[in-house]
Ligand binder design. Structure first.
Ligand code: FAD
Length: 603
């Protein structure tokens, strides 16, 4: 081994909302903190978040409280959630949002100067604190400013390729510098994974290039438990035209502000299928739905604001039945509000500035005047690294996880807005507990053989050279496999076929080769990413085959009903002693009486 070594008490992998919040907290507890990010500081995927962060501040509707937020989150997650996380999240999100405000975040305001909150799917009351439709940018800007002043040691444009262990304890990581292709070793008393999700395993996705599932694969390879990876959220509204922007997100805030979904016949098809457990909370006519979006407390929410899994499936159904739009989606119309609001053009531009520009610039369409064409897009990973609800420590000592990389809070389906609040609530907790772990557990040693093995694996594509398999072609075929065979509607025969394809793709990845040198070599980076994409794709597929029911984001055509049997455990995935993937059922502890009552009183 002949690589530079960097020492930190706490090493945070990822500089999105979760990573930065964890880093700030660990530093506030006296730890020397290093942060590694694949992109530049300020450019992590969180920057794209649009609609807002959910917290029961009750600024717009004083009936809101942590109790209602908790019950909404559990119902949305179909009760597979880690209820302790759902409880902590609902209770602590308001304080974390106010803290951001104190650190300089400039939220939109109510008339009397409080943080404004907007409606979002599955939330009973207007709950999303927001900054227009650029909330993620403000979150990152605020955390970054605050973090920089704490003296974080940031390693930008570095990719971690392996965790290092000392016995069962995680003690650091190996990374390469993306610009120069040189390896670096990070020695740390505690490590926090905050690497976000895996949308790049699918062809159509709203996710950034960073989302190759690295954190899940790093944890899995190190022996940590993963959980519930079958639950992949397909957001109902992604752009579908022109093809170059297919998958790009159209924020749920469009529907929160009164946007409606129409099929090619102009029918508001969402009124045709309202699930029983949401009937009492959903408007049964268009006028009531509109009044809800305008803040009428007596009105119930329109069916366009049902949970994402349901809306995505309804869109799928319309398209399959031949009632879709010209390019294979349906219409999302916000322009119609001109019939209700005299100043609708200015209103839409003010409330949805990014959406206005996105469609104007990318699709030459004026959303204040015409409906958008949209369809489902792979958006969010509910499953991930299994953690303790209070401390965010994984099944391995010294390894913590937070944000989209961690599992538990969202169960079978995430409510919009619950991710940004997840990042700040559990980022804070992960940082605090990682710092405490680092303090309580002393110095660590690095096993050079582990470093050498990781770097040799990473360099293998150069040994095979340009005559090897093209890594881009393998990635492309993998995305097609997952999109076509383990997508929004699933069935066993297709998923078994996907497993065979993944095996074949794995063999091709072993033969992947690249030319050129190590300086910013994107082909090489892609070849390295393949291992992560293949690992997470196999996790998703195996868990999806085993879950023989439909629940939340997981829909089985061959098992369309929800099964009580599957409502009481999580699927936990682990690397077996022989290297093979193992799947087991781990029971979910019963809800304590107090939380059971909260669920009951909010039914
Ligand atoms: C378009 C869009 C809009 C959204 N809008 C909302 C919204 O309004 N409200 C809401 O609640 N949620 C929203 N979401 C979801 C939310 O933005 C994400 O779930 C969340 O930002 C994830 O944050 P994170 O901190 O977990 O990870 P990220 O912000 O993705 O950060 C991951 C970090 O890990 C780094 N990383 C990854 N792998 C490695 C590696 N191997 N080595 C080193 N670094 C690595 C990355 O470079 C990055 O710095 C939206 C998502 C999208 C795509």
């Amino acid at each position: 081994m002949n690589h530079p070594v960097f020492d930190h008490d706490v090493l945070v992998i990822g500089a999105g909302g979760a990573g930065l919040r964890a880093a700030i907290e660990a530093s506030a507890h006296g730890a020397a903190v290093g942060v590694i990010t694949k992109s530049l500081l300020g450019k992590a995927h969180t920057v794209m978040a649009e609609g807002g962060m959910a917290a029961a501040l009750a600024n717009v509707d004083d009936r809101d409280s942590w109790r209602v937020h908790f019950a909404d989150t559990m119902r949305g997650g179909q009760y597979l959630n880690n209820w302790r996380m759902a409880e902590l999240h609902a209770k602590e999100a308001p304080a974390r949002v106010r803290e951001l405000e104190a650190w300089g975040a400039v939220f939109d305001r109510t008339k009397d100067g409080r943080i404004l909150q907007r409606n979002f799917g599955g939330h009973r009351y207007p709950r999303l604190a927001h900054v227009g439709d650029r909330t993620g940018l403000e979150l990152i800007r605020t955390l970054q400013d605050h973090g920089v002043h704490r003296g974080l040691d940031v390693h930008m444009e570095h990719t971690v390729i392996s965790l290092l262990k000392d016995g069962p304890r995680v003690v650091g990581a190996v990374a390469y510098d993306r610009e120069r292709g040189r390896f670096k070793v990070f020695r740390a008393k505690a490590v926090v994974i905050a690497t976000g999700g895996l949308g790049r395993a699918y062809r159509i996705t709203s996710n950034s290039w960073e989302y190759t599932g690295d954190g899940y694969a790093l944890a899995y390879d190190a022996g940590a438990d993963l959980q519930d990876l079958e639950f992949i959220q397909f957001h109902p509204t992604g752009m579908i035209w022109p093809p170059s922007v297919r998958g790009l997100l159209v924020t749920e805030a469009v529907r929160g502000e009164g946007g409606v979904l129409l099929n090619k016949d102009g029918r508001r098809f969402m009124f045709d299928d309202i699930p029983d457990n949401y009937k009492s909370q959903t408007a049964d006519n268009e006028d009531e739905g509109w009044r809800y979006t305008q803040g009428d407390k007596a009105a119930r929410r329109p069916p366009e604001l049902l949970t994402r899994d349901h809306v995505a499936r309804c869109i799928n159904r319309e398209v399959k039945a031949g009632r879709g739009s010209p390019h294979g989606g349906v219409f999302l119309d916000i322009a119609w509000i001109r019939r209700r609001l005299p100043n609708s053009v200015e209103h839409i531009k003010r409330k949805l500035p990014s959406m206005y520009h996105q469609f104007k610039q990318l699709a030459d369409l004026d959303i204040t005047d015409q409906p958008m064409e949209i369809g489902p897009t792979t958006h969010y990973t509910m499953g991930g690294i299994r953690v303790d609800g209070d401390t965010q420590m994984s099944s391995l000592p010294g390894l913590f996880a937070a944000g989209e990389a961690a599992a538990g809070l969202h169960g079978a389906n995430r409510l919009g807005g619950n991710s940004l609040s997840d990042l700040i609530v559990f980022g804070q907790r992960a940082g605090e507990h990682a710092a405490a772990f680092a303090k309580a557990n002393g110095a660590v040693t690095i096993d050079e053989r582990q470093v050498d093995a990781a770097t040799a694996r990473a360099l293998a594509p150069f040994d095979r050279g340009p005559a090897g398999e093209n890594p881009y072609a393998i990635q492309h075929d993998l995305q097609d496999t997952m999109q076509d065979l383990v997508g929004i509607v699933r069935q066993e025969s297709e998923m078994r076929h996907a497993l065979e394809q993944l095996r074949a793709l794995g063999a091709r990845a072993e033969r992947a080769g690249v030319g050129g040198n190590r300086e910013y070599n994107n082909g090489w980076h892609t070849a390295i990413d393949l291992h992560n994409l293949l690992t997470v794709s196999e996790c998703i597929t195996r868990a999806a085959i085993e879950r023989k029911e439909s629940r939340g984001a997981h829909f089985r055509e061959d098992f369309p009903a929800k099964s009580d049997e599957y409502g009481h455990f999580n699927f936990v995935i682990r690397k077996g002693a022989d290297g093979a993937m193992t799947l087991s059922r781990v029971p979910i502890p019963d809800l304590p009486a107090e939380l059971k009552q909260v669920v009951e009183e909010n039914k």
